[in-house]
Write a protein that binds this ligand. Structure first.
Ligand code: IPM
Ligand code: MG
Length: 371
């Protein structure tokens, strides 16, 4: 039986980058004789235009029946009114919650050749290789009440940061396990000097550390973490934090890799799919970049690397994922660049389509590693 992958291209550059990622995933699956059936759905701004809702019911249903979801990006100026009751971002938030995707994995690896693309000092960046695990279905993003209302002294608004022990424990466990398979260093980020949710977070992290004696746990306050991340990024291996802190720190961390256009992500839950692996949603961490949409200028590598994460985490195809990663590293090594990656040697500045095509050519040329 074929595995089911739902493709949600989204808005802005979403369709362009997701299109390249889809072609890569399709090709790699075919080469490995793994049968994958791709379906497409409309979500985000285009779904609001066409169906009056960012996440139509039948798209959600398709998502729930899929083994994995590949997403481009959602949003754009057309739907930007923060007071509108329907916003493209609700598609993402709705999918994350409905599918129980509580662990958002955002690897940040600095490729040597892309160090000049970062505004940070080169000697800080050489060898950066970290993963942020961001809690994705709790905290301020989902707590109730969350509303703007009329108070007795004028307008007021409230958001609620709520975390249960179970929500904190499962994401911390996920991060401990990940650290165990890497360099065995886990940094838990909170604001325990101020917030109750953070104090519970820290307490549970310390309790779990007793079960993971092989992993060194360190606690950092989020404000100083923001500083350490750009001062000594090489010191970090796995970083785990709550939803909002993770949102902010991962945009900061993208500067380490030279461009947001290089960073993939996986959002995983507890549900096991028909392949025997975790159901997941895979997307580049960048947004829909409306300013360059439709111009064939976007960097498809983050989306392509998200496709690699899909193969690895939801279909168990680790060798194939590595193949894609090697192909991406090799095009960068050969000097090919999209616009976001800064100066390119003569003739090596590529558009989105050409970059995608080149990655596929390199994959053709590489043999999958035994694994
Ligand atoms: C992200 C994005 C989303 C978030 C937005 C688009 C809702 O910034 O995935 O990091 O805040 O989670
Ligand atoms: Mg964000």
């Amino acid at each position: 039986m074929a595995y089911k992958v739902l493709v949600l291209r989204g808005d802005g550059i979403g369709p362009e980058v997701a299109g390249e990622a889809l072609q890569v995933v399709r090709m790699v699956a075919r080469r490995s004789a793994v049968d994958v059936e791709f379906k497409e759905g409309v979500a985000g701004g285009h779904a609001i235009d066409q169906f009056g809702t960012p996440l139509p019911d039948d798209v959600l249903k398709l998502a729930q029946e899929s083994d994995a979801i590949l997403l481009g990006a959602v949003g754009g100026p057309k739907w930007d009114n923060p007071n509108a009751d329907k916003r493209p971002e609700q598609a993402l938030l709705g999918l994350r919650k409905a599918l129980g995707l509580f662990a958002n994995v955002r690897p940040v690896k600095t490729l040597r050749e892309l160090i000049p693309a970062s505004p940070l000092k080169p000697d800080l960046l050489n060898g950066v290789d970290l993963v942020v695990v961001r809690e994705l279905t709790g905290g301020l993003y989902y707590g109730k009440p969350s509303e703007k209302r009329q108070g007795k002294d004028g307008r007021e608004a409230v958001d609620t940061c709520f975390y249960s022990e179970q929500e904190i424990t499962r994401v911390l466990r996920f991060a401990f396990e990940l650290a165990r398979n890497r360099r065995r260093k886990l940094t838990s980020v909170d604001k325990a000097n101020v917030l109750s949710t953070s104090r519970l977070w820290r307490e549970i992290a310390s309790e779990l550390a007793k079960e993971y004696k092989d992993v060194t746990l360190d606690h950092q306050l989020v404000d100083s973490m923001a500083m350490h991340l750009v001062r000594r990024p090489r010191d970090f291996d796995v970083i785990v934090t709550e939803n909002m802190f993770g949102d902010i720190l991962t945009d900061e961390a993208s500067v380490l890799a030279g461009s947001m256009g290089m960073l993939p992500s996986a959002s995983l839950g507890e549900d096991i799919n028909s392949a025997g692996f975790r159901v997941g949603l895979y997307e580049p961490i960048h947004g829909s970049a409306p300013d360059i949409a439709g111009r064939d200028e976007a960097n498809p590598l983050a989306a392509i690397l998200s496709g690699a994460m899909l193969l690895e985490h939801s279909l168990g195809m680790r060798a194939e994922a590595e193949l894609i990663e090697r192909a991406v590293e090799s095009v960068i090594h050969e000097g090919y660049r999209t616009r976001d990656l800064g100066a390119a040697p003569q003739g090596k500045l590529l558009g989105c389509k050409a970059m995608g095509r080149l990655v596929r050519e390199r994959i053709e040329a590489l043999e999958p590693e035994a694994g």
